[in-house]
Structure formats: C-alpha cells, structure tokens
Design a protein around this ligand. Structure first.
Ligand code: HEC
Length: 114
C-alpha cells in the first residue's frame, strides 16, 4: 500500500468509527427515552392497545413510507390516524431531540435504521 492509499484507508476508518459512535449515542438516548416514556404502549406484547409494537417490522415499514420527518412530527405533535398517539408520548418535558431519538430507536429495532 502506498502512503496515499494508507492515509485514505485510515481516514475512512476514522470517519466510519465516528458514524458508529454517533449512532450508538443516539440509540442509547432513544432506548432510555423508550423505556421511560414509550414502552407502556409500544413494547412487544401490547398489541391490544393498537400502537405499533417494538420490532414489528411490517407495521413500521408501512409507517416509514410516510417519511421519517413525518414520523418525527407526529410523535412530537401527537397523531390520531385510527388510535391516539399522545404528543411526546404524554411527557411534555421531552425535547424534540429526545423524541426523535426514541423514534430512531423504534425504527432500529424494527430493522429499519438508515
Ligand atoms: C399512551 C400510549 C402511547 C405512548 C405512551 C406512546 N405512543 Fe406512540 N403511538 C401510540 C398509538 C396508539 C399509535 C398509533 C396511532 C394511529 O395509528 O392512529 C402510536 C404511533 C406512533 C408512531 C407512528 C406515527 C405515525 O405517523 O404513523 C410513532 C413514530 C410513535 N408512536 C412514537 C412514539 C414515541 C417515540 C413514544 C415515546 C416518546 C411514544 N410513541 C409513546 C400510543 C402511544
């Protein structure tokens, strides 16, 4: 490997690790918010309350069809398609970033992280 190729490989490696770290941090935040504010309705085995469940890929894939920005918006402002998703999961103290991280976590667990 010549010096340039070697440096490029190193740059790619560093950039890749930074992406992974950012993703890990976001998912850790999302998991924490999910546990405190979303789990009551979105955890697995709660299908009877009509909220899309954690890891339910086909359900989340359909919803993601509206675009991630729409899912963020509906989680922050509340959404009532057929049932009721309360604004910020019912916790007005959550910041937009916390709610968005929880949405990302839900998508990640459904295998739909992009
Ligand atoms: C009180 C129960 C409840 C809580 C708590 C709750 N949700 Fe929901 N959520 C729902 C229901 C019910 C739906 C389905 C609404 C529909 O399709 O009409 C939903 C739908 C959603 C959707 C899909 C919206 C769309 O446009 O299709 C997202 C994303 C979501 N919730 C994220 C969250 C996040 C993030 C939290 C925690 C911060 C949370 N929810 C907390 C009940 C809840």
């Amino acid at each position: 490997m010549d010096r340039f190729a070697c440096l490029s490989a190193l740059a790619l490696f560093v950039a890749g690790s930074a992406d992974t770290l950012a993703q890990d941090a976001r998912l850790a935040l999302g998991a924490k918010v999910f546990d405190t504010d979303c789990k009551t309705c979105h955890d697995t085995g709660k299908a009877k309350n009509d909220a899309p469940q954690l890891s339910e890929t086909s359900e989340w894939k359909d919803r993601l069809g509206k675009g991630r920005a729409e899912l963020y918006k509906n989680s922050i402002e509340g959404f009532s398609g057929y049932f009721a998703m309360p604004p910020r999961g019912g916790n007005p103290n959550l910041t937009d970033e916390e709610v968005k991280a929880a949405v990302d976590f839900l998508l990640y667990r459904a295998g739909l992280w992009q």
